[in-house]
Ligand binder design. Structure first.
Ligand code: 4NP
Length: 162
């Protein structure tokens, strides 16, 4: 199909744990749905500490156990991303506030909390940061991200009649 790809960007703080996990899982579900050619999927961090680094080894190992490969190198979110991506998904409320501060009149992306698409989310819409915690944190992130990725794909399929 010749349609321009639907561009989806996942954003967390460091771009080494949560957002690369969301990127890998979302790519996996999009591929399973036969829609890989319709999407351009990426991730970024609001912070710059880890720029150039691969995904956190603990996050990559946890994803690998579920058959999902994490890829890419950390990069920092830039204002232009809010013009060139169609959907920008923040992992937590702090990330969302930082994204909102970068937003200008030219920003055209739908900017949302990723967990708005997690049907099992209660009042808490944050994907908890696993960086300073134990191994369970990475499993929790994957459980959340797997549900939210399916919900997000449903949302986009409705909006684009896919
Ligand atoms: P992420 O996790 O935002 O899910 O990539 C973090 C990674 C690094 C740091 C914080 C969170 N850090 O403070 O270095």
């Amino acid at each position: 199909m010749s349609d321009a790809p639907i561009r989806v960007l996942f954003v967390c703080l460091g771009n080494i744990c949560r957002s690369p996990t969301a990127e890998g899982v979302f790519r996996h579900v999009v591929t399973a749905a036969g829609l890989a050619a319709r999407f351009d999927i990426d991730s970024a961090g609001t912070g710059s500490w880890h720029v150039g680094e691969p995904p956190d080894a603990r996050a990559a190992a946890a994803a690998q156990r579920r058959g999902i490969r994490l890829s890419g190198r950390a990069r920092q979110l830039r204002r232009e991303d809010l013009r060139t991506f169609h959907y920008v998904l923040a992992m937590d409320a702090e990330n969302l506030r930082t994204i909102e501060r970068l937003r200008d009149a030219a920003a055209s992306a739908q900017i949302r909390l990723f967990r708005e698409f997690d049907p099992a989310a209660g009042d808490g819409l944050d994907v908890p940061d696993p960086y300073y915690g134990g191994p369970d944190g990475f499993e929790t992130v994957l459980d959340i991200v797997e549900r939210a990725a399916l919900g997000l794909l449903e949302h986009i399929r409705r909006e684009h009649a896919l």
